[in-house]
Design a protein around this ligand. Structure first.
Ligand code: HEM
Length: 396
């Protein structure tokens, strides 16, 4: 397979389901190259790490959207992503990120450990003998955790999975007009939801993140709305994929599952290796503001650089035998949470959820097993499963 065919396969259902053979072909071609679609692709761990931290790179923000798509605000799915910190540059990004980080404190996150464990225990107890792990656990746990942080009432929680699924199509490089319409509808519903919650918290402040962000006063009305939608959606969509991918991997490798079951203190290394082996976020893009040269390749100002995080995480120059799942690797450090100024704000929370939940599932359900084929989500950027059938055995 030549590298352009390999690249093209990432945009088709078949190739998307297992992008790793294609990543190998395109990484062997070049660490960075321009494809016929004019986009640049970055394939190695070293360059991905470097570009994510490079302050001459920027994200496409609202001013860029104003130029190439004057009507973008009419699609409220697109608007809620573009107006959030995820697609904002300094100085706005610095201000918004600082306000969010001041509310999303290590103390507040650490205090969630007991909530996570209690919710996980509850979900395990309620799990039927045969279940879809995504529906019975991988979604409800992170939805419950982020909703507890934001102060979203229990009764509203089941509603979010489909809305997040519809909204996040805007992160994909390719989407249909119908999908964009669904994203618009989901954006409107989520915005209306948070308009209500913000008004409520202004009247009745609570000990939650929504109140803290409202009271911080550093964000404009539209920034507040977009970032609450982002925190909710980013807070569970990727974490659900981490849990689903992680459990599927462990149950496919019974010796690894047995080892983690016998020694839950190994969970941090297991979670890092799961993140490396099959990253829940597969790519992100930056724009070069200045021309530069790398490995003899001239990259012009304005180049759109797509960083293939999943490829970087399987780079043989960084990881021995990269296609092997090996939690004993030294110094794993995947790029799955990005890097630099936009490094994932929720990384400590996502890690903690997986580190608590995966060993707990294995110890409480010693006979837990896969029950037929799992179904891949039909997405390139947010990678995971839509269904992981399991049998649970009895709770111990
Ligand atoms: C940003 C991945 C969980 C909130 C990011 C970025 C990545 C990422 C790759 C950077 C995107 C870029 O640079 O373009 C993940 C993964 C997760 C996860 C793999 C789970 C396994 C979470 C959770 C939350 C969260 C639990 C919130 C509770 C955010 C926010 C940003 C972000 C707010 C934007 C940061 C900024 O732009 O400054 N995430 N994330 N994420 N993530 Fe996460």
């Amino acid at each position: 397979m030549d590298y352009l065919t390999a690249l093209g396969s990432l945009f088709e259902a078949e190739g998307r389901h297992d992008p790793y053979p294609a990543y190998d072909v395109i990484r062997a071609q070049a660490p960075v190259f321009r494809a016929p679609d004019e986009r640049w692709y970055v394939t190695t761990h070293a360059l991905t790490n470097r570009f994510l931290r490079d302050t001459t790179m920027r994200l496409a923000d609202s001013s860029d959207y104003d130029q190439f798509w004057p009507d973008w605000r009419q699609n409220r799915g697109v608007a809620s992503v573009v107006l959030s910190m995820l697609q904002t540059n300094p100085p706005d990004h610095t201000r918004v990120r600082r306000a969010a980080a001041a509310t999303f404190t290590p103390r507040r996150i650490a205090a969630m450990r007991d909530v996570i464990a209690a919710q996980a225990e509850e979900l395990i107890k309620e799990m039927p003998a045969e279940a879809d792990f995504m529906t019975a656990f991988a979604y409800p746990l992170p939805v419950g955790v982020i909703c507890a942080l934001l102060g979203v009432p229990e009764a509203d929680r089941p509603w979010f999975r489909q809305r997040a699924h519809d909204l996040t199509i805007v992160l994909e490089p390719i989407s249909t007009a119908d999908e964009m319409q669904l994203a618009d509808a989901a954006g409107r519903e989520l915005e209306n939801y948070f308009i209500g919650l913000i008004a409520e918290r202004r009247k009745n402040p609570q000990e939650d993140l929504t109140t803290a962000l409202v009271e911080a006063g550093a964000l404009t009305g539209e920034e507040l709305l977009a970032n609450l939608v982002l925190l909710l959606v980013a807070g569970f969509e990727t974490t659900a994929n981490l849990l689903g991918t992680g459990l599927h991997l462990l149950l496919s490798l019974p010796a690894q599952a047995d080892r983690l079951r016998a020694d839950p203190s190994l969970a941090p290394d297991y979670v890092e290796e799961i993140l490396r082996y099959d990253s829940p976020v597969q790519l992100t893009t930056r724009f070069a503001t200045e021309p530069f040269e790398v490995d003899g390749i001239a990259v012009p100002a304005g180049a759109a650089l797509t960083m293939l995080l999943g490829s970087a995480n399987r780079d043989p120059a960084r990881y021995d035998d990269p296609h092997r799942f090996d939690p004993d690797r030294p110094n794993i450090q995947p790029v799955s949470f990005g890097g630099g100024a936009h490094y994932c704000l929720g990384a400590p929370l996502a890690r903690m959820e997986a580190q608590v939940a995966l060993p707990l599932l294995l110890t409480r359900l010693p006979a837990l097993a896969l029950n037929g084929d799992a179904v891949r989500r039909d997405r390139l950027v947010l990678r995971g499963y839509s269904e992981v059938p399991i049998t649970t055995g009895t709770v111990s």
